[in-house]
Write a protein that binds this ligand. Structure first.
Ligand SMILES: [Zn+2]
Length: 329
């Protein structure tokens, strides 16, 4: 009996120690779902109240037994998430849990055969992903309006740069985010603009070429239109634990894009006059049929943003494609 009591006490002690350092989880830190709303688009909007400054994970299940991580989010006192997968699915259950410790990133999760990828949009064409403790930056550009979003992010193990335009490439910003041994994958024109130290870490990929780094496969897909000469820029298909992610770079609709197969997550540029109109983007999405699409790079030359509601409507639900309209600006 004595032993048993000790065991229980030990368990309690451990439970307290295991919680976030310097902070003991309190009853009020347990999040409450305050509202669940089905939109006309059939997306589901979740509203939660949760302690400001704490990180939470939202999971989803269809049977209350098998749960999949939807996202990690840092609470500002409340949390709102739009579940863009809901229109293509039947009933869903949600739960939210406080996270112990600090996650590398916040953002939506992608389950792979080898760990989860977390995707965190930063701005315009710039985003960061984590996977099994590794950190991948896509087009780490410098933009005075948004550079504060880099604050507190972990250093890069891998950096992908699509092309040399200033809204995608900044050698100084690469220097700011790179870890000491980061691999930098670039087209030739970007390589030419790197520092000597960065060049030593760089791999140049021509359109159609591929490489393997950190257990990932990276393939360069041509990205081009009248504003972007063919051969200058790369889109990339990155294969992570069996999942294929496509970052389009700056491109019009191309035969190469339309021919892509088995893309799980696509990042697609939608702005005028530089890349694709909304209807061009819709046609591309419906041609290569990614499971999930993040419209990105959707600020037009005039400063307005492309109409993602229209894009979502026109992609439709018949092909089961999930359109994630997220905050990039
Ligand atoms: Zn651009």
């Amino acid at each position: 009996m004595k032993t048993r009591l000790n065991f229980i006490l030990l368990s309690c002690t451990l439970a307290i120690i295991l919680l976030e350092s310097g902070r003991i989880l309190k009853a009020q830190d347990v999040p409450r779902i305050t509202k669940i709303q089905r939109l006309a688009s059939k997306e589901i909007v979740l509203d939660l109240s949760a302690t400001a400054g704490l990180n939470y994970r939202i999971d989803v299940s269809t049977n209350l037994t098998d749960w999949i991580s939807l996202m990690t989010v840092r609470s500002t006192g409340s949390i709102q998430h739009t579940d863009a997968a809901a229109p293509n699915l039947g009933s869903r259950f949600y739960r939210a849990l406080p996270i112990i410790g600090t996650p590398l990133l916040t953002g939506e999760h992608l389950v792979t055969t080898n760990g989860e990828v977390v995707i965190q949009p930063l701005f315009h064409a710039t985003f960061v992903m984590s996977w099994n403790g590794k950190v991948i930056y896509n087009d780490p550009a410098s933009d005075s309006a948004f550079n504060s979003r880099y604050q507190g992010l972990p250093k890069a193990d891998l950096i992908l740069v699509s092309h040399s335009h200033g809204d995608h490439f900044s050698s100084a910003q690469i220097e700011a985010v790179r870890g000491p041994n980061a691999v930098i994958i670039v087209p030739q024109l970007v390589y030419n603009g790197l520092t000597t130290a960065q060049k030593a870490l760089a791999i140049v990929l021509r359109n159609g070429a591929s490489t393997n780094v950190m257990g990932l496969a990276v393939e360069a897909v041509p990205a081009y239109n009248s504003n972007h000469p063919k051969g200058d820029g790369n889109g990339y298909v990155v294969t992570i634990g069996g999942k294929r992610l496509y970052m389009a770079g700056d491109t019009g609709t191309t035969a190469e894009m339309n021919a892509l197969k088995d893309i799980d997550v696509a990042f697609l540029c939608v702005n005028v006059p530089y890349t694709m109109t909304v209807s061009e983007a819709v046609a591309a999405v419906r041609a290569f049929r990614p499971q999930v699409v993040y419209p990105y790079h959707f600020r037009n030359q005039t400063g307005t943003l492309s109409d993602l509601d229209t894009l979502k409507k026109q992609v439709g639900t018949d092909l089961g494609i999930e359109v994630r309209a997220r905050k990039w600006y």
